[in-house]
Design a protein around this ligand. Sequence first.
Ligand SMILES: Cc1cc2nc3c(=O)[nH]c(=O)nc-3n(C[C@H](O)[C@H](O)[C@H](O)COP(=O)(O)OP(=O)(O)OC[C@H]3O[C@@H](n4cnc5c(N)ncnc54)[C@H](O)[C@@H]3O)c2cc1C
Length: 403
Amino acid sequence: MHLPCNGRCCAVGVGKEILRSVQAVPERIEATGMPKRQRSGFVCREFRLGSTCLQIHCRFSASRPWLPFPDSVTGCAVAQWLRDTAFALVRRFGTCQLSRVLDALQRRRTGRSIRGEKMRYHTPSCFEDASAIAAAATGVTRFLAGGTDVLVQLRSDLVTPDDLIDIKQIAGVRDITRRDDGGWRIGAAVSGAELAEHEALIAEWPGVVEALELIGSTQIQARCTLTGNLCNGSPAADSVPAMIAAGATVSVVGPEGAREIAVEDVPAGPGMTSLRLGEVVSAVNLPPRGEGGGDAYLRFIPRTEMDIAVVGAGVSLSREGETVTAARVALGAVAPTVLLVEEAGAALTGSTLDDTALAELARAAEAACRPISDKRGTVEFRTHVAGVLARRAARIAYDRAGA
Ligand SMILES: Cc1cc2nc3c(=O)[nH]c(=O)nc-3n(C[C@H](O)[C@H](O)[C@H](O)COP(=O)(O)OP(=O)(O)OC[C@H]3O[C@@H](n4cnc5c(N)ncnc54)[C@H](O)[C@@H]3O)c2cc1C
């Protein structure tokens, strides 16, 4: 049986323990039921081995080549089949999640990847070189900004890069500079702590700064970056709704030159971005704030800190007198990617942030939500909280704009 898949195709072992047990037990593994189309856009098929469940995922796309997707796998061939699949995926698409697990096991045993290579650590001195290294790489590649996602993933065997490209030796990468248009350019390795000390930036974009400041602990603040938070591709990334609400863009350097992309166009799904092969973000750009502008970011977490947003809401608006003249609203953790909710911004524009406008804002925010239910919150809870947080963040942004 075959399913179509695109370049993001991957096979997922539920964990390395499971793969170990799969390798040890010579049984036939039958697929349980038919492939299921998931909300994320992936097609998933489950195979059971005793109490172990192995899920194979691939992303559905009619325009891409076909990937073998068997009905069952037999006996001792199981481990070999898993390996072959991983090899095939790595050869074909550069990466797959099953390969990362096999990679981790192989590296533990031999110090080399499943393709027989050691990890290469690069310290390019310009973004063009960083891009060229990434473009030429054939295995798993990661850029290293603060490393608070990458190093954790590496240490827990979630990612085992063949090429790790540290961007921190590049000149200007930790600079915050005023742009010619009056906006800001924030280098790709500027940390949360550095941003939080920049008074002029805080005065203009307090919402963006407070969103990055929410991340982790003091230690994490010393490293975490806006760029890494965005490029890690988490739908719950805290600074991303704030950046989207602010109308931020990223400067990108790639094999075909430089370009500027709106932040909302970067996330492409959980753990995925729209960046092309070899593209590296050199900076985050914030537009000129102008008179009468304010922004805010709020998140809901079950704990008081050090937690992943169950819902996040960023609002940026401008006002003339009492009237809102423009507004942007973005929501995090309520869909596979952070959402720009244009209807929510439109609900505020032209209003004086009266109850009717706030109710309309909440309704638009709730309507945009496509969350999952998990142990952190149900669909209904997340949807409701999105409306509540959007209203509260709008109120704060409005007051800041009038201050
Ligand atoms: C204890 C702890 C608490 C945390 N709390 C939070 C939290 O509350 N909220 C939250 O949102 N996150 C949290 N995080 C996650 C993490 O700190 C953030 O996502 C952080 O902003 C990542 O930035 P970084 O510079 O460290 O990214 P890195 O780890 O360096 O990189 C992350 C990803 O971005 C890619 N990347 C990095 N630089 C570039 C570039 N220039 N161009 C293209 N791609 C690039 C990398 O390849 C990688 O895939 C936490 C992490 C830890 C360990």
